[in-house]
Design a protein. Structure first.
Length: 224
């Protein structure tokens, strides 16, 4: 005859099973909450990384171009001798003409929307006629352009003017965005391969688990 279980033993088993179920559910809830929190944090970090990456890409190209263009325009911004009014008036027109010619060449770059040059007091100098304003450029472009400002400094260290460069953001980011899309495709392929490998490893483990348990049991019996 089978030994009958007492009510105390049955209650103890049910209580133990109920406590284990509660702990397991709590652990699963905590784990799911942790995964959700990590996903939210990952999305925020990814968004911040994209903003910083875009800023770094555009800032490097714009600042580099502004510095180089400022150095190229510096000889044309030199001031004539203020004591010689005759020579000063005679040199103003050729200087502005050369300045316009150089700016036209510099503005031929595909990523440059426009260049503006101002004197040390902020008065517009070149090119003539005036380039589009920042507001007009913002309205005419699908992606907002970026404006970089660089001081034009003479050999004596004095500020003789200011250079504004309006950059086409789409042109500047065309190559980096193409490379980033390729990197995204590679990441998706790697994740897919990892998922497939994980599925087959899990299936293999469950398939060979009885055999592994038998081997481990035999080894333990031999040692004992």
């Amino acid at each position: 005859m089978a030994k009958a279980e007492t009510p105390l033993t049955t209650a103890s088993v049910n209580h133990s099973h109920s406590l284990y179920t509660v702990i397991k559910r709590v652990m699963h809830t905590l784990l799911a909450s942790l995964v959700i929190a990590l996903l939210v944090a990952l999305l925020l970090m990814l968004q911040r990384y994209q903003q910083e990456w875009l800023h770094a890409q555009t800032a490097y190209a714009g600042n580099s171009a502004a510095r180089q263009y400022g150095k190229l325009l510096q000889p044309l911004m030199s001031k004539p001798d203020a004591n010689d009014d005759k020579s000063a008036n005679a040199s103003v027109a050729p200087q502005l003409g050369n300045l316009n010619s150089v700016i036209k060449v510099l503005a031929d770059e595909p990523h440059v929307l426009g260049i503006s040059v101002f004197d040390e007091k902020g008065r517009y100098l070149a090119p003539l006629p005036k380039t589009e304003s920042v507001v007009s450029l913002n309205q005419s472009q699908d992606v907002l352009p970026i404006t970089f400002v660089e001081s034009i400094v003479s050999e004596q260290g004095q500020v003789v003017g200011y250079l504004h460069i309006h950059m086409d953001t789409k042109k500047v980011l065309e190559a980096p965005l193409s490379l980033r899309s390729q990197l995204f495709v590679i990441a998706v392929i790697v994740l897919f391969i990892a998922l497939v490998v994980g599925i087959y490893v899990t299936r293999g483990f469950y398939k060979f688990r009885p055999w592994l348990l038998d081997v481990i049991t035999q080894i333990l019996k031999r040692r004992l």
